[in-house]
Design a binder for this molecule. Structure first.
Ligand code: PLP
Length: 408
């Protein structure tokens, strides 16, 4: 059938995309997801929590009870601020890292990824500079890029960011006429390097940023996953709740599929973030928030979290052993005290030829090439390995394959 409508020229969608869309980058981790499903492939790529340790029957009971007893409420639209008791529970969680915080400072979000997006949207104009660790979380690079914000990396060492280097960089950028409002940092079991900022550096970092009127965006999804269950470093937020905006998440301590996280900020900022969030998601899932409140607020969460962390601790130890056994000379790696990742610095003279990920996949192992974790996409002389979701046997074999790749 021919008609006027079918004769109309088709829009050239790509030519109509907004300028900012040029900065959208596919997650290299998600790109690896499909590869990781190939038979025989061992994935040390994704930073997934292990779901097998959760008490599934209990969670199913909670979900059933929530819908059966309060279906009309939890299946209805909810409040942009989050459901009643969740902000209070978040305050209790934040107290575990030394923060005194009240519910009027908590904005519930659809995961900390959404929190990152909202804070950037509220504070950053195109052309602004965010100072961040080099390397940093790939998902943050995607957010900053989509708001046309530039990222200036400051190197990390085994103790995290060097506050003096951060101060120098902020001053130099400002002297060059650039606008710097935010320092983005992941102080605990950093993604991707696994390193943790020392307490002395935390105090100094907060001080140098406060003195310069720069806000710290503290992204902390792994803070409760320290292998030392007794001692936890205080959050940056606990040191200066006016200078620090804290991002938290239920993803790694309960379930990433629920998409529930939070932002802690001064009340005036929280209120603006709520308005910004309502424009995108209206509110996070009410059912998901209820389930998070009941499970994490109940007596079974803590023991299950301890079991999960014990598992991550043994997997990390298995990875350290395998690295010692299989890495060629000249390769360095970090020794995480918690979280999901270790970071390998390769000997530049012994770099595998061609694309690091492709070479790894040819050897039957998926990983995240280090270059993905820098805004400038520099060539990879490093890589990230995750031990959180692989068995100890797979970790040993996967690391052996990485070693083989580096030797071939
Ligand atoms: C440092 C960091 N920030 C944020 C996120 C996103 O977490 P969420 O599931 O809470 O959105 C992740 C997930 O891996 C992460 O590693």
């Amino acid at each position: 059938v021919s008609g006027g409508a079918s004769a109309a020229p088709r829009p050239d969608h790509a030519s109509l995309f907004a300028r900012r869309s040029g900065q959208f980058r596919p997650s290299p981790v998600r790109a690896v997801f499909e590869i990781a499903l190939q038979p025989g492939m061992i994935s040390l790529a994704g930073g997934n929590p292990d779901m097998s340790v959760l008490p599934h029957e209990l969670i199913a009971e909670l979900a059933r009870g929530i819908v059966a007893e309060r279906g009309p409420e939890v299946l209805q639209y909810g409040s942009g601020a989050g459901i009643g008791r969740l902000p209070g529970l978040v305050c209790e969680l934040m107290r575990l890292q030394g923060a005194e915080v009240t519910p009027d400072r908590i904005q519930i979000t659809a995961g900390s990824q959404a929190g990152l997006d909202l804070v950037t949207k509220l504070f950053c104009d195109p052309g602004d500079v965010v100072v961040a660790e080099g390397p940093t979380y790939v998902g943050a690079l995607g957010v900053f890029g989509s708001y046309e914000v530039e990222v200036e990396h400051v190197d990390v060492d085994d103790d995290g960011l060097d506050p003096e280097a951060v101060a120098e960089r902020i001053d130099a950028l400002r002297a060059a006429g650039r606008t710097v409002k935010l320092l983005y940092t992941i102080p605990n079991f950093h993604n991707p390097t696994g390193v943790t900022l020392t307490e002395a550096r935390r105090r100094r970092l907060v001080q140098v940023c406060a003195e310069r009127g720069v806000l710290i965006l503290e992204d902390d999804p792994y803070g409760l996953l320290g292998f030392d269950r007794e001692h936890r470093p205080p959050s940056l937020y606990s040191m200066d709740p006016d200078t620090v905006i804290h991002l938290g998440s239920f993803s790694k301590i309960f379930s990433p599929g629920l998409r529930i996280g939070w932002i802690a900020a001064v009340p005036a900022v929280r209120a603006r973030l709520q308005i910004a969030a309502e424009a995108v998601t209206i509110h996070p899932s009410v059912l998901g928030q209820e389930l998070a409140a009941q499970y994490v607020g109940g007596e079974h969460w803590r023991p299950a979290l301890d079991r999960a962390v014990a598992l991550y601790r043994s997997r990390c130890a298995a990875m350290m052993d395998a690295l010692a056994a299989h890495m060629p000379d000249g390769v360095r790696w970090t020794r995480p005290a918690g979280g999901f990742f270790t970071w390998l610095d390769l000997d530049p003279r012994a770099l595998p030829h061609g694309n690091l990920l492709r070479r790894a996949v040819e050897h039957g192992v998926a990983l995240v090439p280090g270059g993905a974790c820098y805004a400038d996409g520099r060539p990879s002389t490093s890589l990230r390995l995750a031990y959180s979701a692989a068995s100890e046997a797979d970790i040993a074999e996967g690391v052996r394959r990485v070693g083989q790749m580096l030797r071939d």
